[in-house]
Every structure is written in structure tokens, then in C-alpha cells.
Design a protein around this ligand. Structure first.
Ligand SMILES: [Mn+2]
Length: 377
């Protein structure tokens, strides 16, 4: 019963520029650790193959340490084959780590932008795929059908974009996937993983990235593990499971702190929300304050730290509306009053969109007039 692990978009050697130098270094190491987690699953589950559908590295250039680390990882599971389909970030070029480095015997790397295959009769698997050879790819190698062997588990392992036919990153369609007639299409490129879907006879999915690297990649991340079994008609049928491998998780939520009177109350409210979502020391957290709030409370609450919450990292964004004295503002003879009176009919508009944008304009305006830096709003 062959077992294949599907991953993609690890982006090793990412700079983590959001973090300070020490934490960025630590996160780079953790990203390698995420790959070790994948290797541990391959070992413990006796996987026959790990498919890496592109963007294993963040760029063509990879540090020597990372290559040495990867090779030690590949070598540590000699019974497992690794098939790599280079993507737009780690394309296979003359200068790339893929062509400059020597990999262990159990590593197989596509190197052309046309359809290629690796056949592994010992495990009844044939893997079809291609490589990005520069950072974009407009040709679609799936225009012709593939002459697959029906006795084999046929895997399509590629970096490609199913989201738009005008994508610069190898656009392919559901029809293309169906025409491939493969058993499973293991896709890379879209970092938010998808559920397993079916096009014709072919199951397909994006595994998503196995480790988030920013607040654009929230939630727990993992790999797709696929087991293949023959049914009564002699056809290979896959079953799928998802396994967490991420070291950390990025999470964000809005916190309405209207009518809250102190930093301590804000802290308690954040902790309450964290408990609800089971967030802890593995979390990089962004909290967005909203609501109409006394700005002294907001300023004090911005001093809440990651240590206070027991998270790995904390970022607070302020989107609150200053608690203003409406009567005072109505009479205010300065530009603040003029701004408020100008926006008031729109704030009270029955059109929610108009009302919301007028409120936003008031926040920006009052903040800017109070000397705040609004660039970060
Ligand atoms: Mn990627």
C-alpha cells in the first residue's frame, strides 16, 4: 500500500523581515525544523515518497548550510524517494542550487518546462511533472493528454496556478487536470491549502505551505498524506489525511474595546479570546483594536507585550475611533470641528458603506490632526 506525503511552498531561507534579527534567525532555523517534522512523519509512517511541488527554497540561491541540512535530511530516510518540481521562487536554472548542488540518490528533480516523468516500478508509482526554469512560465505543459499506465499510481507533481487563466505562474485549468488522467495531482503555489477536489478521474489539491511566514498565512499548517489501495476493479484509490507540521502559527483577530476603561480589562479580553482559540506560546499574534474608545486606554493598552500574553510574538494595530464629545465637536471652531460637521451627515447615512467610509475618514482625519502617524492605519 504505497504512501505519499505531499508538501510545497516551504520557502527555506526566507528573510522573515517583519521580525528583529534574532527572531528572524530563530524562525529561519524553525523553518528547517518544519522540514524535519515532515521527515519525521515520512520515517514514522514508512512513507514511500515525499513530493515537493515547488518553492522548497525562497530563491534560486540557497545557503550552503541549508543545502547540507537538506541533504542530511534526505539521506536520513533512504527508503523514501523525494520528487521535487521547482517553482517560480526556486526555478531550475544554471545558477540555481538545484543544478549546482549534488543531492543524494533518493532525490529526483524535474529540470525542464515540459512534461517529464520518473518511473518507480518498485512501488507502482509514476510521477509526471515539470520545472519552472525562470520566475514565470506561460506555457501549459498539460495541453496534450498523458499516456498513463492504468496499472500504475500516476501522480502529477507540479507548481502551477489554477486560480486564473492569465496567471504568469503556469496557469492550468480543471480540464487540464482531468485530461492528465492521473490518480492524484499534487499541486504547489497557492499557500492557503485547499481541500481535495476531483476533476474527471483525477483527485487534486494544494497542500499549502507547511509553515506560515507572515500574517497573510494564518492558521495551523501541514502536509497531505495519501495512501493508495487497489479496489475490486484493480484501480488505485487514494485516501487522504492532513497532518500538522508547523512549528508556529500566525493568528489575528479584531478586538472591539468600546467602553473598556483600562489596560487590565483589555488584557483580560485578549486572554479570553486567546483561550477560546487555544492560542499560546506557538502563536505569532496580531490583535486589531476596534471600537470607539478613550485614547488614553488605547495608548496604555498598546504597551501590552508578548510576555504578558505568553505568545511568541505580538503586534497590536489600532483601528479605534477616538471617543469624542459630540456636543463639543459640533461647537468646535477649529478644523477638527469643521471636519466632524462635514462628515456627520455621511456618518449618519443609511448606506452602510457610505457610513463606514465616513467613519474611517473621521478616524484618519482626527488622528492626523492630533499628530499621529496614519501611514500604518
Ligand atoms: Mn510559494
Amino acid at each position: 500500500m504505497p504512501r505519499i506525503i505531499h508538501t510545497a511552498d516551504l520557502h527555506l531561507d526566507s528573510p522573515f523581515s517583519l521580525l528583529d534579527a534574532n527572531k528572524a534567525m530563530a524562525r529561519k532555523a524553525e523553518l528547517r525544523g518544519t522540514f524535519s517534522n515532515i521527515i519525521a512523519i515520512a520515517k514514522n509512517d514508512n512513507a514511500n515518497m515525499v513530493i515537493i511541488s515547488g518553492d522548497l527554497f525562497d530563491s534560486e540561491f540557497v545557503t550552503k548550510e541549508t543545502i547540507e541540512f537538506m541533504n542530511s535530511q534526505f539521506s536520513s530516510v533512504p527508503f523514501c524517494k523525494f520528487v521535487i518540481a521547482p517553482g517560480n521562487h526556486d526555478c531550475f536554472s544554471d545558477k540555481s542550487a538545484y543544478s549546482k548542488s549534488v543531492f543524494p540518490k533518493n532525490v529526483f528533480i524535474f529540470n525542464r518546462p515540459e512534461l517529464q516523468f520518473f518511473n518507480f516500478p518498485d512501488i507502482h508509482v509514476c510521477v509526471y511533472g515539470w520545472a519552472f526554469v525562470k520566475e514565470d512560465m506561460d506555457k501549459n505543459p498539460l495541453v496534450h493528454s498523458i499516456n498513463t499506465d492504468p496499472d500504475c499510481i500516476n501522480i502529477l507533481a507540479v507548481h502551477a496556478d489554477t486560480s486564473s487563466s492569465s496567471s504568469k505562474y503556469c496557469p492550468i485549468s480543471e480540464e487540464d487536470i482531468a485530461r492528465s488522467n492521473c490518480t492524484y495531482a499534487a499541486l504547489g503555489h497557492i499557500h492557503e491549502g485547499t481541500e481535495v477536489r476531483k476533476a474527471g478521474n483525477t483527485y487534486y489539491a494544494y497542500s499549502g505551505c507547511p509553515e506560515g511566514r507572515s500574517f497573510d498565512e494564518c492558521g495551523k499548517k501541514g502536509v497531505i498524506s495519501v495512501d493508495f489501495e487497489k479496489n475490486n476493479f484493480g484501480r488505485w484509490v487514494p485516501t487522504f489525511s492532513y497532518k500538522r507540521v508547523c512549528k508556529r502559527r500566525y493568528e489575528k483577530f479584531n478586538l472591539d474595546i468600546t467602553a473598556i476603561g483600562s489596560k487590565e480589562e483589555v488584557l483580560a479580553k485578549i486572554k479570553h479570546e486567546m483561550a477560546k482559540q487555544s492560542l499560546g506560546s506557538d502563536t505569532l499574534l496580531r490583535v486589531v483594536f476596534t471600537g470607539t474608545v478613550d485614547q488614553n486606554v488605547v495608548e496604555a493598552s498598546k504597551k501590552i507585550s508578548a510576555e504578558d500574553l505568553g505568545t511568541y510574538y505580538l503586534e497590536i494595530k489600532d483601528r479605534t475611533i477616538p471617543l469624542v464629545d459630540e456636543q463639543e465637536l459640533l461647537k468646535d471652531i477649529t478644523i477638527k470641528g469643521a471636519l466632524y460637521r462635514e462628515l456627520l451627515p455621511k456618518i449618519k447615512s443609511s448606506d452602510p458603506e457610505e457610513s463606514e467610509s465616513a467613519k474611517q475618514a473621521l478616524i484618519y482625519g482626527l488622528a492626523a490632526l492630533s499628530g499621529s502617524d496614519v501611514a500604518d492605519f
